[in-house]
Design a protein around this ligand. Sequence first.
Ligand SMILES: NC(=O)c1ccc[n+]([C@@H]2O[C@H](COP(=O)([O-])OP(=O)(O)OC[C@H]3O[C@@H](n4cnc5c(N)ncnc54)[C@H](OP(=O)(O)O)[C@@H]3O)[C@@H](O)[C@H]2O)c1
Length: 286
Amino acid sequence: MNVSFIGLGIMGSRMAQNLLNNGISLTVFNRTTAAMHPLVAAGAKKADSAQSCVADADIVFTMLSTPEAVEEVALGELGFVQKMKPNALWVDCSTVDPTFTRQIGARATEAGIRFLEAPVAGSLPQAAGAQLVFFCGGEATDVESVTRLMEHMGRKVVHLGAVGMGASLKVLVNSMLAQSMLVFAETVNLGEHLGLSKDFLLEFLPSLPVIAPFVQAKVENLKTGEYPTNFPLSWMQKDLYLVCKAAYEQDTPLILANATKEAYMAAKQSGLGKEDFSAIYAYLNK
Ligand SMILES: NC(=O)c1ccc[n+]([C@@H]2O[C@H](COP(=O)([O-])OP(=O)(O)OC[C@H]3O[C@@H](n4cnc5c(N)ncnc54)[C@H](OP(=O)(O)O)[C@@H]3O)[C@@H](O)[C@H]2O)c1
């Protein structure tokens, strides 16, 4: 079986490496070519374009930043979908919104290929350690045909139903993640302004049940003022936009996520977009 991987950023590079570690025959492509070098050194074949990357593939994984990037790389003028073998399977792991993933799924079907959405829960450490959770939407037979590959990259594969269900769950999860981070950041910031010591707050607050457990992994960033990027703040702002778009389309209120989106947008505009999303604290605290 020939497998291709397009989009070798923070997540994709590590997912592709785990496929290689498990002996999968892999062809890779990334817009910025330097990202391909470590994988080629580890045994991957390097493609010169997204189109040439998929030509022999039975399964194509994509891990791209935004819906716009997925649209361009897969379905644009030089998009790879038109070059895929008939009935080959495209698995999109990028975080996009439910309506978008349904639209590209329909276009993939029209083009004569199979489509599965499989956004992931987990960040850089989970991608590196093959501990991701895949939120699949699509045909059960397609999920079955890639489960073994996903198990090389993750610890769990969840089939949620038709295309769109994976993106639905993913935007909900990231909405909670973004809000929990903001709640912690503004609580610590106000605590400091009220005269409580930052070190005390960072030690004590995570021990309380009111804090989301993942926050513990971000405490060191707030302590040191360094925000090494596991999940770029820009992509968190993008995901908040996507969940708000989904709520708008469903004609249902989403009050806190909309407010949170604007906080992350302001932080992004202040120059923190490439930092880890925990840098929302740096924005509040400056
Ligand atoms: N980081 C996390 O913790 C995390 C966790 C779960 C899900 N996600 C999601 O996973 C996806 C990738 O995230 P990431 O953190 O790996 O981001 P990243 O490091 O910024 O990687 C983004 C990838 O998309 C490519 N790309 C963007 N625009 C493109 C375009 N117009 N044409 C071709 N390639 C393009 C980039 O290529 P270049 O290298 O050339 O820029 C890069 O390979 C996003 O949807 C994100 O929301 C991230």
